[in-house]
Design a binder for this molecule. Structure first.
Ligand code: PEP
Ligand code: MN
Length: 337
């Protein structure tokens, strides 16, 4: 539920309400607005004597949150969440491009690709050091060696890095290197991983599960926010449908739907959504036109030799062209890249 404080309610009054709620077993999440402060309170409502709270000084109203996800909902926080990583803002006016190979594989290819995506206009470099592979015989990632290569690429290019964590045992190590910690589609409902990655304090890129509904996805985000970390970037990466010509089916409608239901920024990964580099261009443009706050695109210097997801990876020249074309799409909806 939401405790709406009166305009001009004092810090002490807000604190008293929070203390009262905590003593009743509620977790509180204050949101300080320009005019009013609201306090999100999550807990067992049956334990609450609402009259007790309503009568406290500075309290204007108590409003229930109807959705099962509370802290991720727009009911609690109508203003958009923006995530700041130094000079990069995710969820603002600018559409942020994240790009790089599926996996960090070898130094030369990785650093070359990193420089090229930077020149093309990407702000964040992707690359997995821990890969969730369908087959146990496939390349599983370079682990810490890969993280070190990501750190070197960050130093060389100035790009920030996003990389996936697949196991709670690696959260601390991955968070030490990453600017953004990615939770992959297969782990969207790995609740312990969500909580531990959230508790690392790094912004979290939360991919939609292969067959997750939007509500399940937002509930996964709720696990992270309730662990104390509100900095979540949702990522639509295609869902499983009866269609098999593409690797997954992109759910473009997820963009406006999520924007209506949640304050969290949403980006789109057209590479995993389609599985084929030829279609990445169209889906990237559609995602920007539909209001995505960013894109996550797989780019590889030599896709034919990639150890992971080569068929869906763009060569740097194609990626450069795509970013140029996306600028016009962004401008058409009053945004920029
Ligand atoms: C990835 O981004 O490398 C990845 C494994 O994606 P997903 O979790 O969406 O399949
Ligand atoms: Mn991949």
């Amino acid at each position: 539920m939401i405790i709406v404080m009166q305009p001009g309610a004092t810090k002490e009054q807000i604190q008293q309400v929070e203390e009262m709620l905590s003593s009743l077993g509620f977790k509180t999440h204050p949101i300080y607005g320009e005019v009013k402060t609201v306090i999100g309170a999550v807990g067992d409502r049956r334990l609450l004597n609402t009259q007790l709270i309503t009568n406290m000084p500075g309290v204007e109203d108590i409003v229930p949150i109807m959705k099962p996800y509370k802290l991720a909902s727009k009911e609690l926080k109508p203003t958009k969440t923006t995530i700041q990583i130094d000079d990069i803002t995710i969820g603002g006016q600018e559409i942020v491009i994240m790009a790089g190979p599926c996996a960090v594989e070898n130094e030369q290819v990785f650093y070359e690709t990193a420089h090229k995506v930077k020149e093309a206009g990407a702000k964040i470099l992707r690359g997995g050091a821990y890969k969730p592979r369908t087959s146990p015989y496939s390349f599983q990632g370079l682990e810490e060696e890969g993280l070190k290569m990501l750190a070197i690429a960050r130093k060389e290019t100035g790009l920030k890095i996003v990389t996936e964590v697949v196991d709670t045992r690696d959260v601390e190590l991955v968070a030490k290197y990453a600017d953004i910690v990615q939770i992959g589609a297969r782990n969207m409902q790995n609740f312990r991983l969500l909580q531990e990655a959230g508790a690392s304090g790094r912004p979290i890129l939360l991919k939609r599960g292969l067959s997750a509904t939007i509500e399940e996805w937002l509930m996964a985000a709720e696990y992270i926010i309730s662990s104390g970390n509100p900095n979540i970037i949702l990522c639509e990466r295609g869902i499983r449908t009866f269609e098999t010509t593409t690797r997954n089916t992109i759910d473009i409608s997820a963009i406006p739907v999520v924007k209506e239901l949640s304050h969290l920024p949403i980006i789109v990964d057209p590479s995993h959504a389609t599985g084929t580099w030829k279609y990445v261009d169209s889906l990237a443009k559609a995602a920007v036109a539909a209001g995505a706050d960013g894109l996550l695109i797989e780019v590889h210097n030599d896709p034919a030799r990639a150890l992971c997801d080569g068929p869906q990876s763009l060569r740097p020249d194609k990626f450069t062209l795509l970013v140029e074309e996306l600028k016009a799409v962004a401008a058409a909806i009053n945004r920029r890249i």
